[in-house]
Design a protein around this ligand. Structure first.
Ligand code: 5AD
Ligand code: SF4
Length: 427
């Protein structure tokens, strides 16, 4: 989401006549986009701003994103060389804010979360010419006890289905073959137009656009994950057979303390819907260890869940305290070394699961979207529909650039984090 925000901001700046340069040193105006989801984001941002100041005297600085939203005007006090502070809900105000900035105003802010406008822009300048991110819903109305997002990105607002499908068709015409639908809780999408599409319908319709070969979506909330989504994936091969479904913990006690609004069993029910699909859909998740009050038994429940679900990948995090969040008031915070120990145990267990599961792909044929070439290994880097990295040798005309094309690859080896194979044909 954060990277795509930068793409939107860059597109807006370019349309206002600015030029992008490769390094801050070459710029007159430095935009610093920030994320505050975990860790000591604020400290890192102030430290980096300090370094910028020393190395880039006389430039104009703007701070964007979640740290901007969270720290607000305090940024001007702590870092007086910053002239603009703008949260992601205010990026549609950027053109006006730039005028103020250029006329010498040293304290320009865009910090309102009251906006009912989703930041839609046809101006987005996308980094990748084949895979396009497309935001369908902004903000979050859930209130997970550890999470800063509802405070930094504001309430949920969905784009109309017409605006999403129009942009998706334009992307297809521009040559993008893969679209990744984005939202903090992407499947909580509610079409505000009279068409009234649900998320499953929108997903399917985007996958029906001529030229679109792959559609992905991130991030789903288990509470809003429906049978209809699985049915659409089953029926429409353009929808990638991969679901990222963050569980956060395998313990119902911790899930309740986290205010995730589902129990372990309710989560496992959603998993059973995915497992009952006709296509083999891979499942990945996010795990937080060391949430306040997490016991050895809670950790064991998370490890048991990993065994039960057999995830294809997990993103594991140590709980970190975030400003404004409800979890700050909870007692029994877990020491850092203990969080590290728990995370290591979780990651080791998952590594074994992945190594075993990936072995089952050896000997199969997979279609890949080619993402690039690794000079160090002499292999092409592909991604399967199931979101597995598949590195492969191509012995055809070696100078041909396969990037952005599709290839059939026979898998010959596997490891815990990737597959390796040999090119068989163009796809
Ligand atoms: N501490 C640790 N991890 C967090 N995440 C969100 N907030 C926190 C926090 N305070 C993780 C969750 C979420 C992912 C994007 O980041 O696992 O799904
Ligand atoms: Fe944060 Fe929970 Fe919303 Fe996800 S669903 S963005 S974890 S508050």
């Amino acid at each position: 989401m954060n990277a795509h925000d930068s793409e939107k901001v860059i597109g807006t700046l370019l349309s206002e006549g600015y030029q992008q340069v490769p390094t801050p040193a070459e710029a007159e105006l430095v935009f610093y986009n920030t994320c505050s989801i975990r860790d000591k984001a604020e400290q890192k941002v102030f430290h980096r701003l300090d370094t910028f100041k020393k190395e880039n005297k006389g430039k104009t600085f703007a701070v964007l994103g979640c740290v901007a939203q969270q720290e607000g005007e305090k940024i001007f006090e702590k870092a007086p060389h910053v002239s603009m502070v703008c949260g992601s809900a205010s990026y549609n105000q950027l053109p006006q804010m730039l005028v103020q900035l250029e006329s010498g105003n040293k304290r320009v802010t865009g910090l309102s979360l009251e906006t009912d406008l989703t930041f839609e822009t046809p101006l987005t300048r996308r980094d990748n010419p084949y895979r396009a991110y497309l935001t369908i819903i902004e903000g979050c109305d859930k209130s997970c006890a550890y999470c800063v997002v509802p405070f930094t990105r504001g309430p949920e607002r969905s784009r109309t289905s017409q605006s999403v499908t129009k942009e998706a068709r334009e992307l297809a015409q521009m040559g993008y073959s893969e679209i990744q639908l984005l939202g903090q809780t992407v499947n909580s999408y509610v079409d505000p137009s009279p068409a009234g599409w649900d998320f499953a319908t929108l997903l399917d319709q985007v996958g029906r656009i001529p030229g679109i070969r792959r559609v992905r979506f991130m991030t789903s909330h288990p509470r809003d994950f429906t049978q209809a989504i699985v049915d659409k994936i089953d029926a429409n091969p353009a929808l990638c057979n991969h679901v990222h479904l963050p569980v956060q913990s395998g313990s119902s006690q911790i899930l309740a303390a986290m205010r995730r609004s589902y129990t372990r069993d309710e989560y496992l029910h959603r998993i059973s819907l995915i497992r009952a699909a006709k296509r083999h859909i891979t499942i990945t998740t996010d795990i937080i260890v060391g949430f306040p009050g997490e016991t050895e038994a809670d950790l064991a429940a998370t490890l048991g869940l990993l065994d039960e679900v057999q995830y294809d990948a997990i993103f594991g995090f140590k709980y970190s305290k975030r400003p404004n969040t409800a979890a700050l008031k909870l007692g029994d915070h877990i020491p850092e070394e203990e969080k590290i120990r728990r995370l290591t145990i979780v990651q080791e267990r998952q590594r074994e699961i992945q190594a075993r599961n990936n072995l089952a792909y050896v000997g199969t044929q997979q279609e890949c979207m080619v993402e690039g070439f690794n000079k160090a290994t002499g292999q092409w880097i592909g991604r399967t529909s199931q979101n597995k990295t598949l590195n492969f040798l191509y012995t055809g005309a070696s100078e041909a650039d396969l990037t952005g094309r599709y290839a059939q690859v026979r898998v010959t080896r596997s490891g815990p984090n990737s597959l390796a194979g040999e090119f068989t044909s163009h796809a």
